[in-house]
Design a protein around this ligand. Structure first.
Ligand SMILES: [Zn+2]
Ligand SMILES: [Zn+2]
Length: 87
């Protein structure tokens, strides 16, 4: 069984805002605002100096587009299903 996320359209809120999206609104304009904000954040994150990137984390790989061995290994580990390690 998978938990289904319920998306609802909120009334009396400012649509087209990330804040509204975070409140749970998933209308087209709020989603677009959230996607836009994430893209801008990511573009900024990718300009970070190598030393400031959290290496060895999946976030370093995805958010910072770091492909160093540590981040790549963390990403591989994160993708692997949990439980018994398979060789
Ligand atoms: Zn909305
Ligand atoms: Zn790295």
């Amino acid at each position: 069984m998978t938990a289904r996320r319920q998306y609802r359209l909120l009334a009396n809120v400012d649509h087209g805002k990330v804040r509204t999206y975070r409140k749970g609104c998933c209308c087209a304009s709020c989603t677009a605002a959230a996607v836009d904000a994430a893209r801008r954040w990511q573009a900024k994150a990718r300009q970070k100096p190598f030393a400031e990137i959290p290496h060895g984390t999946a976030g370093g790989y995805t958010n910072y587009a770091c492909r160093c061995p540590e981040c790549t290994a963390a990403m591989t580990a994160a993708k692997r299903p949990h439980g018994r390690g398979q060789v």
